[in-house]
Write a protein that binds this ligand. Structure first.
Ligand SMILES: Cc1cc2nc3c(=O)[nH]c(=O)nc-3n(C[C@H](O)[C@H](O)[C@H](O)COP(=O)(O)O)c2cc1C
Length: 174
């Protein structure tokens, strides 16, 4: 073992499962952000935590409306999924600028992204400020999925996305 600086450590620990978090802004417009700092935090009840930078537009949206949908983008959605991790909803409407299509959620207001492998609707029950991010923790209130879509996206540090199937198949160039 050798001592590492954090960028090298993140690269070595990659890939991380990459998700799209859909929120709703104060004008009731949905926004999408790319996120790899998420985790399940409880099995019963099922709960998910997402760590969102204090300055992100998504942070502002979550302060206004305490619900989110966490979608696992499928293989064919790489280009648009990357845009959502590199452009802010303060500057563009990501549903307008991408081929992502919203579908009605069953319980929460922010929509599901069509074509995701899995989508969890969540209602926030608590949040914890941790350094320069807030960990928003939500109860899962509905789950949707696409059993035909097996491959979803993983990030290699912050440089690119690759696709890995639930059966373990890997594709580097999508
Ligand atoms: C691979 C990847 C992973 C990311 N993970 C996170 C994350 O876990 N938390 C976070 O706050 N931002 C993360 N980001 C950055 C946001 O997606 C990015 O700043 C985005 O433009 C924020 O959008 P918004 O301003 O519309 O909320 C990630 C970006 C990439 C490319």
């Amino acid at each position: 073992m050798q001592e590492l600086e954090r960028h090298k450590a993140f690269e070595l620990a990659s890939p991380f499962p990459y998700v799209l978090v859909v929120t709703q802004d104060k004008r009731d417009r949905p926004n999408i952000m790319g996120l790899s700092w998420w985790t399940f935090t409880s099995w019963d009840p099922l709960m998910i935590g997402i760590s969102v930078g204090l300055k992100k537009y998504t942070h502002e949206c979550l302060e206004n409306h305490n619900e989110f949908v966490i979608c696992f983008p499928s293989e064919g959605q790489k280009k648009d999924a990357w845009l959502c991790g590199t452009k802010s909803g303060r500057d563009i409407d990501k549903f307008q600028e991408t081929d992502f299509r919203p579908a009605h959620s069953t319980v929460v207001k922010p929509p599901i992204i069509e074509g995701s492998t899995v989508a969890y609707e969540c209602k926030i029950t608590k949040h914890v400020v941790t350094g320069d991010h807030t960990l928003f923790i939500g109860n899962v209130v509905a789950i949707h999925g696409n059993p035909d879509k097996l491959n979803h996206l993983y990030s290699i540090h912050y440089t690119k996305l690759i696709s890995i199937g639930s059966g373990g198949e890997i594709k580097m160039d999508l």
